[in-house]
Design a protein around this ligand. Structure first.
Ligand code: UD1
Ligand code: UDP
Length: 357
């Protein structure tokens, strides 16, 4: 069986890495197709280097543009290469435009689609990711659900039971595989002058937050309040999209340490030793929960409700007062909860399922 692994952005590289490692170990017939949605060194190549992933066979270099244009370029480019390569299965991960474009291209060519991290729903259609994940799920022949809830959602949408496989989330594999390596990055904290449990880490890049001047301003105010109230550093590796908006809106947070996007091992090290994480990222909500670090989510909803149910996460939205309030509440709770995202063997399970079908 020939497998095409399609990816295009930072979280897809990180979460697909355990599947790629498994395919490598089994000497499977596969190739990587990079859409080029992310292209800056610190959103792309650094992860290939650090996670020791094989180079992509193809890179479509679609770059940045509007949703329609970017997705269209991915659709056309992926279709062309799938016609040349004729794989049996196309694997995609998550909810980006790369996932939608690739899943659609494959489904129209009647090539089977495997969707890793299927069945997540925020029920918020203002998010481009929600549209992408729903459509990708409905194009897919293999739906790799990370949790029982995701499986139930897929079945509830009428997707056939024999297409849905409960595998756990590959982010657990990624954290387990890379945590040891991350210890070699102790200098990350030192170089930022941070002491374990005496700082906060922030990520904030989602379109509905940073493209709105009001929401972005209010969230940054909330983070300023957290820094001032606790008298501790708040470190924010700024995604280039957020950096652009910050400049455009002339936002200059006073108490927050702004740094460049971090490499994965450095970021894992920062996450693991943080007192608490504040984020609108999907992957960071999961990693916080897996690492036993409390999380405050800077959104009104989440497609990762398991993190809230186990007591690892709270939704603060964009209100500055609520961000401070939720931070205090989360720090008043226990950090002991059960990881709902599986046993860290999702990568091998996914490859087993593909090989058996
Ligand atoms: C995309 C995904 C989002 C995911 C995020 C991971 C979609 C709709 N969004 O958002 O779900 O959480 O990736 O980080 O697919 N840019 C660079 N360098 C790059 C890539 C982007 O500077 O390598 C800048 C450009 O100014 C670009 C902007 O970031 O216009 C947005 O990039 P884009 O890929 O469209 O979306 P993300 O915000 O990265
Ligand atoms: N991440 C990273 N460096 C950073 C910020 C995040 O390596 O500076 C990692 C993080 O550990 C997680 C992934 O990027 O695994 C999450 O990606 P992102 O927040 O870009 O996308 P989302 O998960 O929201 O789709």
């Amino acid at each position: 069986m020939k497998i095409a692994v399609v990816l295009g952005t930072r979280p897809e590289i990180i979460k697909m890495a355990p599947v790629i490692r498994e395919l490598e170990q089994r000497h499977a017939d596969y190739f990587i197709l990079h859409t080029g949605q992310h292209y800056s060194y610190n959103l792309d190549r650094v992860f290939f280097e650090q996670l020791k992933l094989p180079k992509a066979k193809y890179n479509l270099e679609v770059g940045s543009s509007s949703h329609g244009e970017q997705t269209a370029k991915i659709l056309v480019g992926v279709e062309r290469l799938l016609q040349i390569e004729q794989p049996d299965v196309v694997l995609v991960e998550g909810d980006t435009n790369s996932v939608l474009g690739a899943a659609l291209a494959a489904a129209k060519l009647r090539i089977k689609v495997g969707h890793v991290e299927a069945g997540l729903r925020s029920y918020d259609r203002r998010m481009p990711e929600e549209i992408n994940r729903v459509l990708a799920d409905h194009c897919a022949d293999y739906l790799f659900a990370p949790t029982p809830k995701a499986r139930t959602i897929l079945l509830g949408e009428g997707l056939a039971e024999d297409k849905v496989f409960m595998t756990g989330n590959t982010i657990v594999d990624a954290v387990n595989q890379n945590l040891k390596l991350a210890q070699t990055k102790e200098n990350t904290l030192k170089s930022l002058n941070l002491k374990p449990k005496e700082y906060f880490v922030v990520t904030l890049h989602r379109q509905e937050n940073v493209d709105s001047r009001d929401r972005f301003t209010s969230i940054l105010d909330g983070l300023d309040k957290v820094a001032a109230d606790f008298g501790l550093p708040v470190v924010y590796p700024v995604h280039p999209h957020s950096r652009r908006r910050m400049e455009e809106f002339h936002l200059k947070p006073q108490n927050i340490t702004l740094i460049e996007p971090a490499d994965y091992l450095g970021f894992l090290q920062m996450e693991r030793h943080a007192r608490l994480l504040l984020t609108d990222s999907g992957g960071v909500q999961e990693e916080a929960c897996i690492l036993g670090v409390p999380c405050v989510t800077l959104r009104d909803n989440t497609e990762r409700p398991e993190t809230i149910e186990v007591g690892a996460n709270m939704l603060a939205g964009a209100s500055s007062d609520r961000i401070l309030e939720c931070t205090k509440m989360m720090l008043g709770h226990t950090n002991r909860w059960t990881n709902p995202f599986g046993d860290g063997k999702a990568g091998s399970r996914i490859v087993d399922i593909l090989e058996a079908n």
